[in-house]
Design a protein around this ligand. Sequence first.
Ligand SMILES: *Cc1c(COP(=O)(O)O)cnc(C)c1O
Length: 230
Amino acid sequence: MTTIANRLQDILATIQSTKSIHHCKQHVNLLAVSKAQASSAIREAHAAGQTMFGENYLQEALEKQAQLQDIAIEWHFIGPIQSNKTQLIAQNFSWVHSVDRLKIAQRLNDARPENLAPLQVCIQVNTSNEVSKSGVNPSELVALANSISSMPRLKLRGLMSIPEPTQDVNKQRAQFKQVRECYDALLAKGFALDTLSIGMSDDYQIAIEQGATIVRIGSALFGARHYDQL
Ligand SMILES: *Cc1c(COP(=O)(O)O)cnc(C)c1O
């Protein structure tokens, strides 16, 4: 039987080989996406050396955090954010990848406790031009990045994106490239960024090729998601 520890080793090896094939210079971190996975699975991954975990749903995350207080985990919030959730997110996570509007950034900043380090944030970009999808339009990026940079309790680290699902490798590459271009444009404007959070189980090798510094991987590490077994 393949264990979480085996799959973790395989994914880390694939990250390294992908970097060397494409001569990537950036450091690539693995964010283990544990939504719909039991705390016991997180514990197993942690025992195998994984420290960064990502969750999408606040209540589910808080329950697991309570069950896992005895181990050192860096928690990342990666799901859609409603304004009434900002306080608990600001209090209970080290990172938020899904900031997509000024109001949410402002509320996270206001709620970030003084005894914690500034909240590390990425702006979620929507490159698909689908109005329904979350993420800021690339044309609004500089304004939001400017606002967040002036907030003392937030530290802007970079961009996150969830491309439209497609099996077409060329489309995957084109979507990641577009996020990468937004990122490079912010760097050129002088924003001190170091994080490009792109790539999931099915496309992380292409994301790395396009410059990913964090890949967010769920099912390839933990197996299929089972909400009924939580
Ligand atoms: C669920 C999720 C992932 C992980 O997806 P997999 O395909 O299982 O690797 C990554 N990022 C976000 C924002 C997610 O919601």
